[in-house]
Design a protein around this ligand. Structure first.
Ligand SMILES: Cc1cc2nc3c(=O)[nH]c(=O)nc-3n(C[C@H](O)[C@H](O)[C@H](O)COP(=O)(O)OP(=O)(O)OC[C@H]3O[C@@H](n4cnc5c(N)ncnc54)[C@H](O)[C@@H]3O)c2cc1C
Length: 446
């Protein structure tokens, strides 16, 4: 793709705020949420509405620009492809409409809406979406990567609950595609259900909401000296957990504090049943705190207390084919220096079942997610080395792919899918965006 020698500013195509490199505030507007990531773009556009996106895509097609959408930059990789073509970074914050239909149990959600905002809108109706651990991740960005929710064991991928997308295609046309689409629209719909944001810009998504008359959950914490026993109970509880129960464990190291081990949990049901299922954890002595309580659906984001303001992070993940006593021992023994969190999430349930998404069935029963705090070059190197050592310690249990939303900078979209799926996604990319106008954080062709 080549840039037209003297293309006009993208401001000629939109009504929203446009910032070019020479403008005050450009650097801040172009920074992603993950402050560890540096990224280079030629312009930032805070689009006013879906028509703005359509105008911008037509502009990009005409003048050889690339469109990359980043509601927040939680999933930024630093590789915007800016060396090949001028890149316009689209911020979707003004597409913030949420319409909940309590009777139909659906929500229409704009491309700037976060999970925390959708949960606040759904909770008064006794309904929930399928949020992950962070309330400040965008609903659309999460769903485009499949999306692993607190409630995925019960309801599958976030993408499994999508009814329809409003999109702008590579020709700059606004379209609605959904479960009843056929032909090429059906393949585009499938690709957006977990294949990332490389084939269209989504302006709005319509999702099913799920009944949540009662939600129970919270975090229990012990000194890390109890990790052996806590992880043993974790294996016991997850081995027989019903789909409504989700349990994660975390080895936590906050700077300047003693290491800890935690259990994070949610249950779609009443507190009595939940407490009975979680009783093995009550038998572990030395508990320092227990925040478990009946929750509103919009309080889930508080369980793991992840940062909600932009901050730096270095993470990586792997699926685990099992989590036996040897895996647990290997993790406890692995160096966790400068790793804020070494987290094991129990998967399974509906995630392993049939799905019409590009994400496909997720058969591995556990996910290991490592999160460290980078800083100075030495600190960053130490975090990376610690993560490599930890992954090496569980090498015998690693799954064959990484869920798309858990890919790390340096990995590729092809790391998230079986070979036949990435081949199909690439064919769809070539058919629907032959000029390469769109560029996701993990491009399909990369
Ligand atoms: C603290 C934290 C906790 C997390 N917890 C979970 C979790 O529990 N489960 C889980 O599955 N993931 C989790 N994630 C990962 C997160 O879901 C992904 O990084 C997701 O892509 C973030 O979406 P975003 O739009 O907020 O981020 P962004 O970086 O702004 O966007 C990510 C990518 O999505 C695409 N995209 C976003 N919006 C659009 C659009 N409207 N049209 C086209 N493409 C678009 C783009 O390719 C973009 O690069 C977590 C991330 C963090 C930082």
């Amino acid at each position: 793709m080549t840039q037209t020698a003297a293309s006009p500013s993208p401001a000629s195509a939109v009504r929203g705020r446009v910032l070019l490199a020479a403008d005050a505030g450009f650097a801040e507007a172009a920074r992603p949420w993950n402050r560890h990531i540096e990224q280079s773009v030629a312009a930032v556009v805070e689009v006013a509405d879906a028509d703005d996106i359509a105008g911008l895509v037509r502009y990009a097609g005409t003048h050889g620009w690339v469109v990359t959408v980043q509601p927040s930059g939680h999933g930024a990789t630093g590789d915007t492809g800016a060396e090949d073509a001028p890149v316009v970074l689209v911020r979707t914050g003004r597409l913030n409409r949420i319409i909940v239909d309590q009777v139909a149990r659906t929500a229409r959600v704009g491309a700037g809406v976060t999970w925390g905002q959708l949960q606040v809108a759904a909770a008064p109706s006794g309904l929930t979406g399928l949020p992950g651990s962070s309330p400040v991740v965008s609903v659309v960005g999460f769903i485009l990567g499949g999306g692993l929710s607190w409630f995925s064991r019960r309801h599958g991928w976030g993408a499994d609950s999508v009814l329809a997308f409003e999109i702008v295609d590579a020709a700059g046309r606004r379209r609605r595609i959904g479960r009843s689409s056929d032909g090429s629209d059906a393949e585009l719909f499938w690709a957006l259900l977990g294949g990332g944001g490389d084939v269209a810009v989504v302006t709005e998504v319509e999702v099913e909401l799920h009944p949540a008359p009662a939600v129970y959950g919270g975090r229990m914490v012990w000194p890390a000296t109890h990790a052996d026993e806590v992880l043993s109970r974790f294996r016991e509880v997850t081995a027989s957990a019903p789909e409504s129960l989700t349990v994660w464990t975390d080895l936590l190291r906050f700077p300047g504090a003693d290491p800890l081990v935690a259990i994070d949990t949610t249950y779609l049901g009443d507190s009595v049943a939940a407490r009975a299922l979680l009783a093995p954890f009550d038998r572990v002595s030395g508990r320092l705190s227990d925040s478990r309580a009946v929750l509103r659906a919009d309080e889930l984001g508080a369980i793991t207390a992840e940062p909600t303001a932009p901050s730096a992070g270095l993470s990586c993940a792997t699926l685990l084919t099992g989590f036996d006593e040897h895996t647990a021992k290997a993790l406890i023994a692995a160096p966790t220096e400068r790793q804020l969190s070494v987290q094991v999430r129990h998967l399974g349930g509906a995630l392993a079942g049939p799905t019409a998404t590009a994400s496909g069935p997720l058969v591995e029963p556990y996910l290991l997610y490592l999160f460290g705090l980078p800083g100075t070059p030495e600190a960053t190197t130490a975090v990376e080395a610690g993560q490599e050592d930890t992954l090496a310690a569980v090498a015998g249990w690693r799954g064959s792919r990484v869920p798309f939303t858990f890919l790390a900078p340096g990995q590729r979209a092809s790391d998230a899918f079986p070979p036949e799926t990435i081949t199909r996604l690439r064919e769809i990319k070539r058919r629907h965006d032959p000029a390469g106008t769109f560029r996701a954080n993990f491009p399909l062709e990369g």
